[in-house]
Design a protein around this ligand. Structure first.
Ligand code: ALA
Length: 412
């Protein structure tokens, strides 16, 4: 890597106080951003500044503090909408995160479906893009079908030709697999959905933090994402949807702010996006997400994507040098974002993660809330190292040294 790139990473690392922590006398090596990213100082400051000086409820008061809070909240919406290439902020609903966004769709859009209507997902989805559609099936007797995954960890695109028919109403797919790291061809999948009159939903939880996202270019109808994986606070995320579709959908939750008028037997809904934001929202969370978006824009998402690809390529090379490592997902780093999930022949992922912890290396072990894709590859669990803008090749070297320690302990 060039010196300029290194100095940029050093500057970035200074922004993340948690990276200064030590465990067992060793500096922390954080390789679990796929679960949740660390937070930079500008995001932490935005939260404390809001709570310290500008806090009040939004959309309700006609006093200055409430207007300030409303401006900060709506400003965050405008910048977040722009960050994902949304045509306007009216289509951007703040939710608790990707899981809530997908559940919102499974209710508000899903409940327009009837018996025999079909939803086409894939076997590489996170549980948050499987279970809501299973629940929909129980409520509305819809049929759920799944596109398969090749040995290389990419979608069996030919399955779409067989599975998507005129009975298909929804095609739902993850942009990046949270186990395999596979980057899926969303543009192509959106086109297949539209050719059959279906809508295309994209789970962007693992793509939005790692690459420039433009929902217009992706051609999808709905896009869900989480703030906490992209340097923002927990409990905030978004659902972008085409306005004409959101207009036709019934609200997910009822309560304050989502109404225009309430009578004893019926009500009229507020305009977009408030129709889908019942109750006092996560105001501070949204403002923190706005600060995270500013931070990522300042670093540059093209740079983040390039850095990610370089780290993935380096991590793949280092892991392939080890004995008994089976790495899941595409072998081409250009088709692979954010994470390296692997299986070691000689130790269970939970033991590996625990031993890595003794070296201050933080990784996730388990099924990563995506049991069907683990089953597909015949593994009960994997060890997953996930990288982000603050990671370096030295972090991956530390992980490989920890793997070596695991091997020495388990292989005699
Ligand atoms: N969905 C998060 C992950 O993949 C928690 O780790």
């Amino acid at each position: 890597m060039a010196t300029t790139t290194l100095s940029k990473i050093e500057t970035i690392r200074e922004d993340f106080p948690e990276l200064k922590r030590q465990f067992h006398g060793k500096p922390v090596v954080f390789l679990d951003s796929g679960a949740s990213s660390l937070k930079p100082l500008p995001v932490i400051r935005a939260l404390t500044d809001f709570y310290s000086y500008h806090y009040a409820n939004v959309h309700r008061g006609i006093y200055q503090l409430s207007e300030e809070a409303t401006d900060l909240y709506e400003g965050a919406r405008t910048r977040t909408a722009k960050f994902i290439g949304a045509p306007s902020e009216r289509g951007l609903i703040f939710t608790r995160g990707t899981t809530e966004s997908l559940n919102l769709l499974a209710y508000s859009l899903g409940d327009t479906l009837g018996p025999g209507d079909e939803v086409v997902g894939t076997i590489m989805e996170h549980h948050s893009n499987q279970v809501p559609w299973q629940l929909l099936g129980k409520r509305r007797r819809t049929v759920l079908k799944h596109v398969g995954v090749t040995d290389e960890g990419v979608l069996e695109m030919g399955d779409y030709d067989k599975l998507v028919t005129d009975r298909t109403k929804i095609v739902t797919v993850t942009h990046v697999s949270n186990v395999l790291g596979t980057i899926n061809p969303i543009k192509e999948i959106s086109k297949i959905a539209h050719d059959h009159g279906a809508v295309c939903i994209v789970d962007g939880a693992q793509s939005t933090p790692h690459m420039p996202v433009d929902v217009k270019a992706l051609g999808c109808d709905f896009f869900a994402f989480s703030g906490h994986k992209m340097c923002g606070p927990t409990g905030i995320g978004g659902l972008w949807g085409r306005e004409e579709l959101l207009e036709k959908m019934e609200p997910f939750l009822g309560g304050g702010d989502m109404i225009r008028e309430v009578h004893l037997q019926e009500s009229q809904w507020n305009e977009l996006p408030y129709k889908f934001e019942a109750g006092t929202p996560n105001i501070a969370g949204a403002i923190g997400l706005g600060a995270a978006v500013d931070y990522l824009n300042h670093v540059g998402m093209e740079w983040v994507a390039r850095h990610d690809e370089e780290l993935i390529a380096y991590g793949m090379k280092r892991l392939h040098e080890q004995k008994g490592v089976r790495l899941l997902g595409p072998t081409d780093p250009k088709k692979h974002a954010g994470m390296l999930s692997f299986w070691l022949d000689y130790a269970h992922p939970h033991d590996i993660a625990q031993l890595m912890d003794s070296e201050a290396v933080c990784v996730r072990a388990g099924h990563h809330c995506a049991m069907p894709v683990n089953e597909r590859f015949g593994v009960p669990a994997t060890t997953r190292a996930s990288v982000y803008l603050y990671n370096t090749e030295a972090d991956l070297d530390a992980m490989v040294r920890a793997i070596d320690k695991v091997r020495r302990l388990f292989v005699r």
